[in-house]
Design a protein around this ligand. Structure first.
Ligand SMILES: [Fe+2]
Length: 621
């Protein structure tokens, strides 16, 4: 048994979606990670045993060293919502209630017992429970660089609240208003995700990526029938169109009738209707977010805004808030979904309940979101040695970076694993697959030979922070270190389409349209010239920034393509072994893990069946 004079708070989110743990020690965010990265089960919602073990190990602590354990929502309050909703709709909600009940009785109502068991019975301290939106709000405000800010959280649902707003000042957040279930902007978006044939809780990103292909022709219909938006951004939804309160689906017959037919089946072709529905619900979401932000600005008179909750991952809406919204500065929690609740809950205890001082120095406290595990060069080499892999170890960083930049310039796709893994859904240069955005073939190479999917969405760019405003329409002071903003490519980099290309843009197959080069950076430019950008700076991103500098020095291009280091359906890689396996079983050309570089041509050749076997482990998302 060890003892510690440090005060550690362990935050946990679990049992819904993307379980996670976060450890705050004396106010410092020491570690945070999602359980899926350890169990290799995408969006794992089980108790985050492995993530907790990792967080404690990172701090060199034992369960008995922890001062407080805090769970990110209130299960009893949530159960109350489920019961009340059931009785309000009974008997029609029987089947969904029957489906939900066993898990509640087995697990969700026994969170304290689960937590103590998960900590091997070695934690006897206090257990705290924060409100779901308190956790989101805390995750948005406390790690932000601001001394004070307005707070806006929007998600599907926690206990009751679905949209909340308030203010954060110093070490305190105060939520002043809420919209409650069943009215929910997040669930409205998810209903359209379902109706357009994507998976709820993970396909929302696809719906957002589909929107630029469509026209918002249904926006008025949505506002007339489905959601009544008030001038202050508050809203009410017409529940007779939705099924999520009492059914096993998100939308019902009335919804289908409104949009001229049933929901698209997952494997069916995407038609103009789906594109227009995507554009329409996107426009409505942006309108609600903008109106709420305007009202919040007027009532709080603050110049900063912080955001969290799943809706805050809608980077198109975020980009609009930055460009058209009333706030001077915006900071968004990178783990804006429920995983980030673990971090918010821990910070809430440290600042608000324990009343510790919060000193701002103009920088955020999220550490680039590099809050996960890292592996030493010794560990990495030991793994490669056991596997008898051929690798090149570099003592000189510049030589390594120059080699990688050269290979990228020659068209190579590079797996890049360096330092601590990212916390949150995006790869931000610690576990990334990268390539040359100028290469017209890069998009289809990455999709078909690396991800093994065909996608209608382009990849995301990383851009040197100091050059971002030269390439994209954002002002010089705006940064997007967590890839949470969409901004258009500047006119001077846009390309005039040839007649042939214009014809291709009408192809019913969207994958053909996305491959039409629209700018000098075709791999990262969407059909409406938008790009989901990450600005990269040396202080936050270290070696990843220096790699981009090496690429810029060689090519004059301050942009690279960045996608998550995984294949379709696989959680992002964590360990050197997972990085190597992903590299080996795809057509990636180069792998960099720490100081080691591996070249595909020097690795053993795999049989097609081995590759197939690897891919089959992961369910389609
Ligand atoms: Fe949430």
């Amino acid at each position: 048994m060890t003892t510690s004079s440090r005060r550690a708070i362990l935050g946990i989110s679990a049992f819904y979606h993307d379980s996670a743990a976060a450890l705050v020690v004396d106010g410092d965010i020491v570690a945070a990670a999602q359980e899926e990265r350890f169990t290799r089960i995408r969006h794992d919602h089980d108790f985050p045993k492995k993530a907790i073990d990792y967080c404690l190990a990172e701090a060199k602590m034992q369960p008995e060293d922890v001062s407080y354990v805090v769970f990110y929502d209130k299960p009893l309050k949530k159960f109350d919502r489920i019961l009340e909703t059931y009785f309000a709709y009974a008997p029609s909600g029987f089947w969904s209630f029957k489906k939900a009940l066993p898990l509640w009785l087995k697990e969700k109502l026994h969170v304290p017992r689960g937590i103590r068991k998960g900590l091997q019975g070695r934690y006897n301290g206090k257990l705290c429970f924060t409100d779901h939106h308190q956790s989101h709000a805390a995750s948005a405000f406390f790690p932000s660089p601001y001394e004070e800010a307005a707070i806006l959280c929007a998600d599907g649902v926690g206990e009751w609240a679905t949209t909340t707003w308030g203010v954060g000042q110093g070490n305190t957040i105060h939520l002043k208003g809420a919209i409650s279930f069943p009215h929910s902007l997040g669930l409205l978006y998810s209903a359209f995700t379902y109706f357009t044939g994507f998976k709820v809780n993970s396909g929302e990103y696809k719906l957002m990526g589909l929107a630029p292909y469509g026209e918002p022709i249904y926006a008025d219909l949505i506002k007339k029938h489905l959601i009544d938006i008030k001038p202050d951004g508050s809203y009410r939804m017409a529940m007779e169109y939705f099924n999520y309160c009492d059914g096993l689906t998100m939308t019902g017959a009335k919804f289908a009738e409104l949009f001229g037919g049933p929901a698209r089946k997952a494997e069916a072709d995407i038609s103009k209707r789906e594109m227009d529905l995507a554009a329409s619900v996107q426009a409505v979401t942006e309108e609600v977010m903008l109106k709420t932000a305007q009202h919040l600005h007027k009532t709080t008179k603050m110049k900063n805004l912080v955001l969290a909750g799943g809706v805050a991952l809608n980077c198109v809406a975020n980009g609009k808030l930055v460009r058209e919204g009333p706030f001077e500065n915006i900071w968004i929690q990178p783990a804006a979904g429920d995983a980030g609740g673990a971090l918010g809950a821990a910070l809430f205890v440290w600042y608000q309940l324990l009343e510790n001082e919060r000193k701002c120095n103009g920088k955020d406290f999220q550490k680039g979101s590099y809050l996960g595990p890292s592996y030493t060069n010794e560990e990495t080499k030991a793994y490669f040695d056991t596997k008898k892999c051929k690798y090149h170890s570099f003592d000189n960083e510049q030589e390594l970076l120059d080699l990688v930049a050269k290979r990228m310039d020659e068209g190579a796709v590079v797996g890049w694993s360096y330092g601590r893994m990212e916390f949150g859904p995006r790869s931000l240069g610690a576990r990334s697959i990268i390539g040359d955005p100028r290469n017209v073939k890069m998009q289809s190479i990455m999709n078909l030979k690396i991800k093994y999917r065909e996608s209608f969405r382009p990849f995301a760019p990383c851009v040197l922070k100091e050059k971002a405003h030269e390439i994209f329409v954002i002002d010089e002071k705006t940064e997007s270190p967590y890839m949470l903003l969409v901004a258009p490519v500047r006119d001077e980099y846009r390309k005039k389409l040839t007649e042939e290309e214009q014809a291709a843009m009408k192809d019913p197959d969207l994958r053909k349209r996305v491959n039409v080069p629209r700018s000098d950076f075709p791999a990262i430019t969407h059909v409406d010239y938008s790009a989901r950008l990450q600005t990269v700076d040396e202080e936050r991103h270290g070696r990843f920034y220096r790699l981009m500098k090496a690429f810029e020095k060689r090519t004059g291009c301050p942009v690279i393509v960045n996608t998550s280091f995984n294949v379709r359906g696989e959680p992002i890689v964590n360990t050197p072994a997972e990085a190597y396996n992903c590299f080996l079983h795809t057509e990636m050309d180069v792998l960099v893990v720490g100081d080691c570089v591996l070249l595909k041509e020097e690795q053993p050749k795999l049989e097609a069946s081995e590759q197939k076997q690897y891919l089959q482990q992961f369910a389609l998302d």
